[in-house]
Design a protein around this ligand. Structure first.
Ligand code: FES
Length: 146
């Protein structure tokens, strides 16, 4: 492989890896207060939906931010009935996490967590706190007792 071919191949590879991850990172983060209930907080299933250029799109995650919560909760959607609710509090030293695509990142010391709350990169060693989630056609309920 000559130098020109090698350089062209590298640019194509980098573009194929970096550009899709940039697009995920550019998704607009959607925040909701949710509705406080006796044992938890609920959000409407429709809050995952939006329209872009006449196309119906389903958000990968939304963030529930409510004055009654010490930290926001990132609610990831995997299917109509499968969600994960993760407390956005870093298990290293308690910094608030940032969501980006299918990862949660800590700006304090660089820990990363996947969309199931598992540590992907330290220094954090413990997984994120997660809550039980139940869903029907209209509503998603996050059980804060769990
Ligand atoms: S507080 Fe998050 S990595 Fe240290």
């Amino acid at each position: 492989m000559d130098r020109r071919t090698f350089t062209k191949t590298c640019i194509e590879c980098v573009g194929g890896v970096i550009i899709p991850s940039m697009l995920i990172g550019c998704q607009t983060t959607y925040y909701t207060n949710g509705t406080l209930e006796a044992n938890g907080i609920s959000v409407s299933v429709s809050e995952f939906n939006y329209i872009k250029k006449d196309k119906a799109i389903i958000r990968q995650y939304i963030i529930v931010r409510n004055d009654k919560l010490e930290f926001p909760i990132c609610l990831y959607r995997f299917s109509d009935r499968e969600y994960t609710a993760l407390l956005m509090k870093c298990t290293h030293q308690g910094n608030e996490l940032q969501a980006s695509g299918d990862q949660l990142h800590c700006s304090a010391h660089g820990s990363e967590f996947d969309n199931k709350g598992k540590v992907a990169q330290g220094p954090a060693e413990e997984n994120l706190r997660s809550f039980k989630v139940s869903a029907d056609h209209d509503k998603i309920f996050i059980d804060l007792r769990s």
